[in-house]
Design a protein around this ligand. Structure first.
Ligand SMILES: Cc1cc2nc3c(=O)[nH]c(=O)nc-3n(C[C@H](O)[C@H](O)[C@H](O)COP(=O)(O)OP(=O)(O)OC[C@H]3O[C@@H](n4cnc5c(N)ncnc54)[C@H](O)[C@@H]3O)c2cc1C
Length: 149
């Protein structure tokens, strides 16, 4: 995917103007673009009479060779780059012959995330929680909703 940054369009632009802005910037036809997603949209309101939308867009082309060609062609343009891989990377992976399992004590938000992450890494965590069952805990929080009137 190609990431375009600083695509500026007027506040009241038509949806199809995005496609036009992409194809114009990359000098490609609409048919060469398979799809695009909006990664970010910001506002530049420094000039109150000309407020602009600033887009960061990720574009998928129909041809991966064309993607590579364009990245080379626009090498010196800081607003045309390969979309970075921001997918989450686990810091570790459980060994195939897992013998010892980690223990997570407490199943609050921190324990939940720790246990989930460990499980996703294949560590089969054991969770110990000393508190009430979820249903009772929910009931316990009802007293917090005391009216201040
Ligand atoms: C009255 C109140 C209202 C709140 N309202 C909000 C809110 O509206 N929004 C918000 O974002 N945050 C709110 N918070 C804060 C939020 O609850 C905490 O930030 C969050 O719960 C902390 O998560 P935690 O996993 O660190 O700890 P906890 O949620 O406290 O989880 C710790 C868990 O460990 C268990 N445990 C502890 N010791 C042991 C042990 N020795 N053996 C086994 N289990 C054990 C406990 O039973 C508990 O379930 C509120 C907190 C309080 C007290």
């Amino acid at each position: 995917m190609i990431r375009l940054t600083e695509i500026k369009l007027p506040l009241n632009h038509a949806p199809e103007d995005l496609t036009t802005a992409i194809t114009t910037k990359l000098k490609i036809s609409a048919e060469q673009m398979a799809s695009f997603v909006m990664f970010k949209r910001g506002y530049d309101a420094r000039n109150k009479r000309n407020i602009q939308l600033i887009y960061t867009l990720d574009i998928t082309l129909t041809d991966s060779d064309l993607t590579n060609d364009l990245l080379v062609q626009f090498e010196s343009d800081n607003h045309v780059k390969a979309t970075p891989d921001t997918s989450y990377k686990y810091v570790g992976e459980a060994p195939k012959d897992l013998t010892e399992r980690p223990v997570v004590i407490g199943f609050g938000p921190c324990g939940l995330l720790a246990a989930l992450t460990l499980a996703q890494m294949g560590f089969k965590p054991i969770i110990i929680e000393r508190g009430n069952e979820v249903r009772q805990r929910t009931k316990d929080t009802f007293v917090f909703g005391v009216s201040v009137n």
